[in-house]
Design a protein around this ligand. Structure first.
Ligand code: B12
Ligand code: NAG
Ligand code: NAG
Ligand code: NAG
Ligand code: NAG
Ligand code: NAG
Length: 346
C-alpha cells in the first residue's frame, strides 16, 4: 500500500526482467491487480484535482507500460485521451519534460502494438495514439543538444529507448544515435551515472534494449560479450570534503519574501550541507525536511511549508538564479554561490 503507482509498476517490470528458466517464478496477477487499482486512483485524482495526478505523468506512463506488458486491464480510450501531447503534465514550468515524454512513448508504443495484434483497438483510438507518438517524438527531438544529448544527461537514456521503438515515426537523418552514445560514454567516465538510479536509467539503451523487452524470456545475464561499454573507471564523484571552509549565500524565497544568510561549509559540500548549516544557525527561518528517494534526498518542506502534487507546488533548487539539474544531495557548491530554495509551482 505504501508504494506509489509508478514504484509498483517499476517493481513489476524489474521482476519481469529477472524471470527466466532458472529465475524466480511469481504470480503476477495479484500485483497487476494492485497496479490496476493504483492507476485508477491516479485517474480519479486527476478528475478531482484539476487534471493533476497523485504523482506524475512519468509514473502514469510506467503504469500503462507495466499493465500493457503484463496483461493488466486499462481503458484504451482513456489512455488515448490523457496522453495528449498538449497536456500540462508533460511540462514543468512550461519546460517540456523529455523523461516524461520518453516514458509515455514507450507506454503508447506498447499499447498500440499489443492491442493491434489482438484487434482490440478501434481506428479512432489508434489514430489518436499514432498522432500522440509522432508529436511527442518531434518534441523530444527538438530538445536535442549540440553534443547529441536529448534534454539533459539524465533524460537521454530514456529518450534513446523511446527513439529505438519509434523509428517509424521520424526520419533516419533526424537522429544520429552514435553521437548521443559517444557523449554518454564520455560522461560515464566523468562519473555522471554514479547514482544507481541514474545508471539504471541509462544502461538499457546502451545495451540496445528498452523497457519493452523486460518480459521477453531473458535470464538476467549480460551475455553476448558486448558489455564493454565502460573502458575507463569513472572518476570518483564523492566530493573531496576538505578542511578548508568556503562561504556561500543561501536564501529561502517564498513569494516575494527572501530570507538570506551567509554560511560557511567545508569545501566540497553539497547543497544539502548548506541547508543543514543554515538550519543549525537559525531554525526558525531555515528549517526543512527531506525524504530519501531513488534520486537521493528530496526536499519536501521548508519552514513547515509542504510540497503538494494536487497544487503542483514544490521546493525548487537554484544557484545564481539558474534552475539546477541536480538534487540537494548531489549538487556540489562553490565559494560565492548564491543558493536558493524557492517555493514554486510547476
Ligand atoms: C516528476 C518529477 C519531478 C516532480 C516531483 C513531484 C511529482 N509531481 O511527482 C517535480 C517537478 C516537483 C520535480 C522536482 C525536482 N526535480 Co525532478 N523529476 C521528475 C521525473 C520526471 C519523474 C520522477 C518519478 O516520478 N519517478 C518514478 C518514481 C516511481 O520513482 P520515485 O523515486 O518514487 O520518484 C520520486 C523522486 O524521483 C522524486 N523526485 C523528483 N525529482 C527529484 C529530484 C531529486 C534530485 C530527488 C532527490 C528526488 C526527486 O519525486 C518522485 C515522486 O515522489 C524525473 C525524471 C527521471 N528520469 O527520473 C525528474 C528528475 C528526477 N528530477 C530532477 C531534478 C533535477 C529535480 C529538481 C532538483 C529541480 C530543481 N532545480 O528544483 C527538483 C527537486 C528539488 C527538491 N525539492 O528536492 C532530475 C534529477 C537529476 C539528478 N541527477 O539529480 C531528473 C532526473 C530530471 C532530469 N532529467 O534532469 N521533479
Ligand atoms: C495467482 O493468484 C490469483 C489471485 O491471487 C489466483 O486466483 C490464481 O489462481 C493464482 N495463479 C496461479 C497460477 O497460482
Ligand atoms: C476492465 O476495465 C474496464 C474499464 O476500465 C471495466 O469496464 C471492466 O469491467 C474491466 N474488466 C475487468 C475484467 O476488470
Ligand atoms: C572487454 O574488456 C575486456 C577487459 O577489458 C577485454 O579483455 C575484452 O577483449 C573486451 N571485449 C570486447 C568485445 O571488446
Ligand atoms: C532567526 O531570524 C529571525 C528573523 O531575522 C530572528 O528574529 C531570530 O532572532 C533569529 N534566531 C536566531 C536563533 O538567530
Ligand atoms: C552574498 O550576496 C551579497 C548580495 O548579493 C553579496 O554582496 C555577497 O558578496 C555574497 N556573499 C557570498 C559569500 O557569496
Amino acid at each position: 500500500p505504501s508504494l506509489t503507482s509508478g514504484q509498483l509498476a517499476l517493481a513489476i517490470l524489474a521482476l519481469g526482467a529477472c524471470k527466466g528458466p532458472d529465475g524466480i517464478s511469481i504470480n503476477y496477477s495479484e500485483l497487476v491487480g494492485d497496479l490496476e487499482n493504483k492507476f485508477q486512483a491516479e485517474i480519479k485524482n486527476m478528475e478531482d484535482h484539476d487534471g493533476n495526478p497523485l504523482t506524475s505523468y512519468y509514473q502514469l506512463s510506467l503504469d500503462v507500460l507495466a499493465l500493457c506488458l503484463f496483461s493488466g486491464n486499462y481503458s484504451i480510450p482513456k489512455v488515448a485521451e490523457i496522453f495528449k501531447p498538449g497536456n500540462k503534465n508533460y511540462y514543468f514550468h512550461e519546460q517540456f519534460s523529455v523523461d516524461t515524454s520518453a516514458m509515455a512513448v514507450l507506454a503508447l508504443i506498447c499499447v498500440r502494438s499489443k492491442t493491434r495484434e489482438q484487434n482490440q483497438i478501434d481506428t479512432k483510438d489508434l489514430n489518436n495514439i499514432d498522432n500522440h507518438i509522432k508529436l511527442l517524438i518531434r518534441k523530444i527531438l527538438s530538445q536535442k543538444t549540440k553534443n547529441g544529448l536529448l534534454g539533459n544527461i539524465d533524460s537521454t537514456g530514456e529518450a534513446m529507448q523511446a527513439l529505438f521503438v519509434s523509428s517509424n515515426y521520424y526520419n533516419k537523418n533526424q537522429w544520429v544515435c552514435q553521437k548521443t552514445r559517444d557523449t554518454v560514454l564520455t560522461d560515464i567516465s566523468q562519473g555522471a551515472f554514479h547514482m544507481p538510479t541514474a545508471a539504471a536509467q541509462i544502461l538499457p539503451a546502451l545495451m540496445g534494449k528498452t523497457y519493452l523487452d523486460v518480459n521477453k524470456d531473458s535470464s538476467c545475464v549480460y551475455g553476448s560479450g558486448n558489455f564493454n561499454i565502460s573502458t575507463q573507471d569513472p572518476i570518483s564523484v564523492t566530493p573531496a570534503v576538505s578542511a578548508s571552509q568556503i562561504k556561500v549565500n543561501y536564501s529561502v524565497v517564498i513569494n516575494n519574501a527572501k530570507d538570506r544568510i551567509v554560511v560557511s561549509v567545508a569545501d566540497g559540500s553539497v547543497f544539502l550541507n548548506v541547508m543543514e548549516q543554515a538550519q543549525k544557525e537559525n531554525a526558525t527561518l531555515f528549517s526543512f525536511t527531506a525524504e530519501e528517494t531513488s534520486w537521493g534526498p528530496y526536499i519536501t518542506t521548508v519552514r513547515g511549508i509542504k510540497a503538494n502534487t494536487n497544487d503542483r507546488t514544490y521546493w525548487e533548487l537554484l544557484s545564481n538564479g539558474e534552475h539546477l539539474s541536480k538534487g540537494a544531495g548531489s549538487y556540489v557548491v562553490r565559494a560565492g554561490d548564491d543558493l536558493e530554495v524557492r517555493w514554486s509551482t510547476y
